[in-house]
Design a binder for this molecule. Structure first.
Ligand SMILES: C[S@@+](CC[C@H](N)C(=O)[O-])C[C@H]1O[C@@H](n2cnc3c(N)ncnc32)[C@H](O)[C@@H]1O
Length: 206
């Protein structure tokens, strides 16, 4: 409980400094974290988290048994990254931009054991320009197994990844749970490769 309160304060402090990048005033609730994890493919063992923040979803992943070298967490904010690194010394917390994921994941050695089963993202995609969103999705699917999932939450009513990004990448989307018990309420979205289309460079997939 004390951890959650200090996480909230830390988050508000970073939001005041950079509201656009932080994208939320408070960390995700346990209910939202659970709704995100409910979308993990069956038998998931390896996950990449984008935008770890103060670790609200990271905690849920570790509790779910996805930890150590099977979990890679990216965070762009140096202050939040340092906090994640202290909270999760055994997990791979990396400071960097999600748009650079294939390079960062390779440098961290995460891809040595093969692609991830899922990418879980708390990034504020709605505040990013389309080119940045496309780079993030492209990079994420280059690190995912062929039927891997990109799981995202968003505070708006529409998919935070527009059709103009999904279609060229051959991705399909599905709306997951709407979580009222979060500030603000949020919807989970799941993106996957469409079965009929090949996607993305396969350089890092094995
Ligand atoms: C809405 S918060 C979510 C934090 C946490 N996952 C949660 O659910 O409470 C978004 C996080 O993404 C980070 N972020 C924003 N842009 C990023 C980027 N390009 N690459 C990596 N992290 C980024 C922010 O610093 C912030 O910690």
């Amino acid at each position: 409980m004390r951890n959650r309160s200090s996480g909230r304060l830390r988050f508000i402090g970073q939001w005041l400094k950079n509201p656009r990048q932080t994208a939320s005033v408070t960390p995700s609730s346990p209910e939202l974290a659970a709704a995100m994890l409910a979308e993990l493919p069956a038998h998931t063992t390896r996950v990449i988290e984008l935008g770890g923040g103060t670790g609200a979803i990271t905690h849920a992943l570790v509790d779910h048994g996805i930890a150590g070298k099977h979990l890679l967490v990216l965070e762009l904010n140096a202050h939040l990254h340092a906090h994640l690194h202290t909270q999760f010394p055994g997990e791979g917390a990396v400071l960097g931009d999600a748009a650079e994921l294939p390079r960062l994941a390779a440098e961290a050695g995460f891809l040595d054991a093969g692609p991830a089963d899922a990418v879980i993202s708390g990034l504020g995609l709605l505040a990013m320009n389309r080119r940045h969103v496309k780079r993030i999705l492209e990079g994420a699917f280059a690190c995912l197994r062929p039927d891997g999932r990109f799981i995202q939450f968003s505070y708006g009513p529409m998919s935070p990844v527009p059709d103009s990004v999904l279609q060229p990448l051959g991705l399909s989307m599905r709306r997951g749970e709407f979580v009222l018990r979060n500030v603000p309420p949020a919807t989970v979205w799941v993106y996957q490769r469409s079965q009929s289309k090949a996607v993305i460079p396969r350089s890092v997939n094995r």
